[in-house]
Design a protein around this ligand. Structure first.
Ligand SMILES: Nc1nc2c(ncn2[C@@H]2O[C@H](COP(=O)(O)OP(=O)(O)OP(=O)(O)O)[C@@H](O)[C@H]2O)c(=O)[nH]1
Ligand SMILES: [Mg+2]
Length: 553
């Protein structure tokens, strides 16, 4: 009798290595075997059904895989920006925004106009103080240390007297011509404050203390001094209060205590406050009328700060270009062009009625951070990491802000730590006894030795390289401030390499995880092109490291 087709098929199926039944225990395999009397048509149907089932199963597998990929993308990569005050954390955050959420950056750009104005006014104030005769300082006996935006003072090792007696010729005329800026400064501070916030959270500014008794030649209302500004009245709440006592008088003081009001000098806006929204959504924000297409804008508002600035612009330009003024600044070793929020070389442009801040202007704007700023975005382009969610936390770097860092340590994937290596000849604004580089080294050591951070990716930005170059070119010698540098060459290449090795060696010595890679970049985070390349590399490094450590790759 010829063998039945099903019987012929059976041994062939058992031999197939792709046959799932081959691996089954015998009774089960037997139960799943095709019926012994299967006809060729039935067999065809059965095989078709099996193929369909396999396809369905593969589709389900693919769906599961896709779901897993999505879940992986939902993972949020958290990055913490650390470093002392003025190291460039907020500027780095702005660069992340510019690269990944450019629309939001553009939308906020107009709001920075006010901060830029304030930075400019503060610089003018510093120049006026530097050229003023001593008796008019009204509480600023040591004007060199006075720094309204928390600019770190430079250590004077020149051996020269720290200031020359007497104002420069023409000082009084400058002071009078620039008097409207004093009132403008107070107004800008108030506008940058958050009216919905309580005193604890509002914009901070340390006005110099009111003179207890009039100084012999105290300026009257017509020749207003920039060194003291009476907060404008008529506001429902108190005048801006002090959050962070700065300068030599720093001592713990409650934000509203008289001691705090009388000491130091800082400007900061509470992070998350509404100042940005208020300026971005202002009724005059749009430079173009929707209906007529004609140009309209803030310059049509007579109360807009631009009018005062525009009016004072010629005097500001004259002051800044005055050779006697420059000589006095030189004598006092005040290198304002290296300080934060420097716009004195752009007075005409910045004070023009239709001035709109450029990207570079926004990156240069200085506003001290208090609290923690969170910036969230999703990678939209560039590589396999599309769709990954990011959160970047920008913290305040001043000493009394650092307590806010630790709570982020156990839930962060990477830290970008910034060291302003140009600051080797400066002291902390909040404690003039401390050299800024020493403070950074100490801080670096503390962060990298922290056990909670043992498995966190660390990226070090040796920042402000542009300022370091300028400083070295102007003849400042590192070994006068850092004796361990000895007589090595005082050029940028040697010094940047020295810092690179030094910070790398500290990491190697103090890290609790010897396997941890450290990525060091020499940066000038105000330089957009170079910084974006670095950020892209850093981003990929963080993502690769992060996904590996979460076993998600
Ligand atoms: N020239 C130059 N300026 C820089 C660089 N990095 C930052 N700045 C400027 O330095 C100032 C301080 O930078 P921020 O980013 O505000 O410093 P921060 O670390 O956030 O300071 P805090 O908020 O006080 O902790 C700003 O005016 C920046 O524009 C740099 O690499 N080169
Ligand atoms: Mg900041």
């Amino acid at each position: 009798m010829p063998p039945r087709p099903a019987q012929l098929a059976r041994p062939a199926r058992r031999r197939s290595i792709s046959d799932p039944l081959a691996a089954l225990p015998d009774p089960l395999a037997a139960a799943l075997l095709p019926p012994p009397n299967e006809t060729p048509v039935e067999r065809e149907r059965r095989l078709q059904a099996e193929a369909d089932a396999k396809k369905r199963s593969e589709n389900i597998d693919e769906m599961i895989r896709q779901n897993e990929r999505q879940q992986r993308r939902k993972k949020v990569v958290k990055v913490l920006l650390l470093g002392q005050s003025e190291s460039g954390k907020s500027t780095t955050l702005k660069q992340f925004q510019l690269l990944h959420t450019p629309a939001a950056f553009q939308a906020e750009r107009i709001a920075w106009r006010f901060v830029i104005y304030l930075n400019l006014v503060r610089s003018i104030r510093r120049v006026l103080e530097a050229i003023a005769p001593e008796p008019d300082f009204d509480g600023f006996e040591d004007a060199d240390d006075y720094d309204p935006v928390g600019n770190a003072p430079i250590i004077d090792i020149s051996g020269r007297p720290s200031s020359s007696a007497g104002g420069i010729p023409g000082w009084d005329a400058y002071r009078r011509r620039l008097a409207p800026l004093a009132e403008l400064e107070a107004r800008l501070i108030q506008q940058l404050s958050d009216p919905e916030d309580n005193a604890e959270h509002e914009a901070t500014h340390l006005f110099p203390p009111p003179p207890e008794r009039p100084a012999p030649n105290a300026p009257g209302p017509s020749n207003y001094s920039l060194t003291y500004v009476q907060p404008p009245s008529g506001r429902a709440r108190a005048a801006p209060t002090v959050r962070i006592p700065g300068g030599r008088h720093s001592s713990p003081a409650s934000p509203t205590s008289p001691a705090a009001l009388n000491n130091g000098s800082e400007l900061s806006v509470r992070t998350g406050s509404n100042w940005m929204k208020a300026f971005t959504l202002g009724k005059l924000q749009s430079p173009k009328s929707a209906h007529s297409g004609e140009l309209h804008g803030w310059w049509e508002d007579p109360d807009d700060p631009v009018h005062v600035l525009n009016y004072c612009a010629p005097a500001m330009v004259e002051l800044w270009r005055d050779s006697k003024v420059q000589q006095r600044l030189c004598e006092k070793r005040l290198r304002l062009e290296e300080s934060s929020g420097f716009y004195l070389d752009d007075i005409e442009r910045v004070t023009a009625k239709m001035y709109f801040p450029t990207d570079a202007d926004v990156l240069k704007a200085r506003l001290k951070t208090t609290g923690v700023v969170e910036h969230a975005f999703t990678l939209s382009k560039g590589s396999e990491f599309r769709g990954v969610d990011w959160k970047i936390y920008d913290v305040g770097g001043a000493r009394n802000q650092r307590h806010a860092w630790a709570p982020y340590f156990d839930d962060v994937n990477a830290i970008i730590f910034l060291v302003p290596i140009s600051a080797f000849d400066q002291v902390l604004a909040e404690d003039p006894r401390v050299n800024r580089l020493d403070d950074s080294i100490q801080l670096w050591q503390n962060v990298i030795s922290n056990k909670l951070l043992a498995n966190v990716n660390i990226i070090l930005f040796l920042n402000k390289c542009d300022l370091l170059k300028a400083k070295l070119d102007s003849g400042v010698r590192l070994n006068r401030y850092m004796t361990s540098y000895r007589d090595r060459p005082n050029d940028y290449a040697s010094i940047s390499k020295y810092f690179h090795n030094k910070f790398g060696a500290i990491h190697q010595t103090y890290t609790p995880n010897k396997e941890r890679d450290l990525f060091i970049h020499l940066t000038s985070v105000t330089d957009t092109r170079k910084t974006h390349t670095i950020i892209s590399n850093v981003r990929d490094f963080i993502l690769t490291g992060n996904l590996k450590s979460s076993s998600l790759m």
